[in-house]
Design a protein around this ligand. Structure first.
Ligand code: AGP
Length: 606
């Protein structure tokens, strides 16, 4: 988590550093700060709060210097206090660092430094490192030597950028299990925890691998291996993301902007070359066993895919939450693990992928962020091409992942003889209409959903229910509701309700049903049974249903009627509209929609 930025330029960097951490704020937003080196030494300004708040309170724009580092924090070690905000200065003030990750042996190191007379200002693990550098510098009088000496002493996960008053010509950085990318400019270079740190300035980047450090000047950079200290040749990544997609434009929040991006995101997912899907399909066909893995939203997307593979290709690939994967899946050689991750940096997913690889599994991933760890870790990656997703709450990226998995299930179904060519063609044609369909629906239904949200925003307890593939849609929608509104929303299969939760039902408890089209007879019947069970017990019923479903319409207290859509697309349509409902509810409750409390966009700690 946390956002890291560093800039070294021939010109003042203050404004670009502020913008850089503002663009990274979705990675963490407890506190932030900057350190710049100028004629008087290193100046640090930092505090708790978001970037704009700290910017005006600490007058960040008045800082001067043409090299500096900056950070936006999601606290792990040490509370949210001004002292714990990064950057951290060494005792003398000649060194400053920003750090992502956790230095696991920091307690011992801290005690030993205290024994040597160092006074700590914060309670973070990070402050230890900057003092180790200073201690080593006193012996070596060489910044790089001191940086490497200090690195030998720490354990854990980290990406660190170092600024030193003893070297105004370079920034130093290192990566171990926490992402770090160098952006290559003209007469200036950048460092970021992801490409959004410098996307406005350059589309050329070099991704650091674990165990690599870099010395970065204004006009050059050198990357080497920490252990051997040998220079490494690295390829340059061309970033094809459009910076326009990082702008909110006319929308008041990124979340709603990104929901309205979904027609385009769907188009991009449909434009991913078929060969990439085919390669993944072959991996499924060749594997003795295959598993789908993600966490949070991506787990629910995997669960949706589990139903798609089962219904379209008659294959059962269990979906497992990445945080539990290792404890429950006895992976053996040649098994396939397909990971789904927007950021490509999620610790739980990366960890389970790595251990599956160690056991000989083949690995594949669907990832959004270019150059991310997971995208480079697996045997086969499909880049979903959804562009930057800024809101902490995933919407458009999740849709794209689901569509890519649907495409995979369709091709597998065809190859396995479960779908004939004409059925496959029909489904592909249906998919082609999807971007336009969602564009129309988002525009037509936004008013209804806004009104519904106004009517129900005081509800404290929600149960989200669905059958079949609508069950993971309900789970994902409940997560969305919780994340962005802070309300209690519990998702479950509609058939599960009678096995306990029914005891909660009373008028104040609202149930939101994801109702399939009546033509999906078996699922529709099962859903209606659960609706009746709640109706009989006086619960309040809310539902998304399709036109012509008079049975559902007559039972629901609040209904959103959707036009007829192909059966294959119906669950995706309901998922998108539930995202919008969560957004409008949060809007009514005046929540911090793009940055909900306690959350961060990419969860890079375990
Ligand atoms: C989504 O709205 C959540 N913020 C969260 O559950 C997220 O999907 C999860 O942390 C996985 O992230 P990833 O896709 O970047 O791996």
């Amino acid at each position: 988590m946390c956002g890291i930025s560093g800039i070294i330029d021939h010109h003042p960097v203050t404004r670009n550093l502020v913008t850089s951490i503002a663009n990274l704020e979705y990675r963490g937003y407890d506190s932030c700060g900057m350190a710049l080196l100028n004629g008087k030494g290193i100046e640090v300004r930092k505090n708790t709060g978001g970037v704009q708040e700290v910017r005006s309170r600490e007058k960040l724009d008045n800082m001067t210097g043409n090299l500096g580092i900056a950070h936006t924090r999601w606290a792990t070690h040490g509370g949210v206090t001004p002292e714990n905000a990064h950057p951290h200065l060494s005792q003398s003030g000649d060194f400053a660092i920003v750090h992502n990750g956790i230095i696991s042996n920091y307690q011992k190191l801290r005690e030993s430094l205290i024994g040597e007379g160092i006074e700590f200002r914060s309670t973070t693990d990070s402050e230890v490192f900057v003092n180790l550098v200073e201690e080593a510098y006193e012996q070596k009088k060489d910044v790089l030597g001191a940086f490497l000496e200090a690195l030998k002493q720490i354990q854990g996960t980290y990406s660190i950028v170092l600024l030193s008053a003893h070297d105004p010509e370079n920034l130093y950085c290192v990566k171990q299990d926490s992402p770090l990318i160098i952006g290559l400019g003209e007469g200036c270079n950048y460092i970021g925890s992801d490409i959004n740190a410098f996307l406005e300035h350059t589309r050329k980047a070099v991704v650091l691998d674990d165990g690599e450090f870099a010395v970065i000047s204004r006009d050059s950079y050198e990357i080497s291996d920490v252990g051997k200290r040998e220079e490494r040749e690295k390829s340059i990544l061309q970033i094809d993301w459009d910076t326009e997609t990082t702008k909110k434009g006319v929308f008041s929040h990124y979340m709603i902007k990104e929901i309205f991006d979904e027609p385009q995101t769907a188009r991009q997912a449909l434009d991913v070359p078929q060969e990439q899907i085919s390669q993944l399909v072959e991996m499924f066909q060749n594997a003795p066993r295959a598993y789908l893995m993600g966490v949070g939203t991506t787990f629910f997307i995997c669960q949706m895919a589990q139903y798609l593979f089962s219904s379209l290709s008659q294959r059962y690939f269990p979906a497992i939450s990445a945080d539990e994967f290792n404890g429950v899946v006895p992976v053996v050689s040649d098994d396939l693990v397909l990971a789904v991750s927007q950021s490509g940096e999620t610790f739980d997913t990366k960890f389970s992928l790595n251990s599956a690889r160690e056991k000989g599994a083949r690995t594949a991933a669907i990832v959004n962020v270019m150059g991310s760890s997971i995208s480079r870790l697996v045997d086969h990656v499909i880049m979903q091409g959804s562009g930057p997703e800024i809101c902490v709450v995933s919407t458009k990226a999740a849709l794209a992942q689901a569509l890519l998995l649907l495409r995979t299930a369709l091709e597998l179904g065809f190859r396995e003889g479960c779908l004939d060519s004409s059925t496959l063609r029909d489904h592909v044609q249906e998919l082609e209409t999807f971007p336009e369909l969602i564009s129309k629906l988002l525009n037509e239904k936004s008013g209804f959903l806004r009104n519904l949200a106004r009517t129900t925003s005081s509800v404290q307890n929600w149960i989200f229910l669905g059958c079949g593939i609508y069950f993971p849609v309900a789970m994902e929608s409940a997560l969305k509701m919780k994340e962005v509104t802070y309300l209690h929303a519990e998702g479950m299969p509609a058939g599960f309700l009678k096995h306990g939760t029914l005891s909660m039902i009373e008028a104040s408890v609202h149930s939101l049903f994801f109702i399939p089209p009546p033509a999906d007879v078996e699922l529709h019947n099962r859903t209606m049974i659960a609706i009746e069970e709640i109706k009989t017990r006086g619960g309040t019923l809310v539902g998304l249903h399709f036109e012509g479903d008079s049975q559902a319409a007559s039972l629901l207290d609040h209904a959103v009627a959707l036009p007829e859509v192909p059966l294959l697309l119906a669950p995706f349509v309901e998922m998108i509209l539930a995202q919008m409902f969560a957004y409008y509810t949060a809007l009514d409750l005046k929540r911090n929609i793009d940055k909900p409390r306690n959350l961060a966009k990419s969860v890079t700690v375990g």
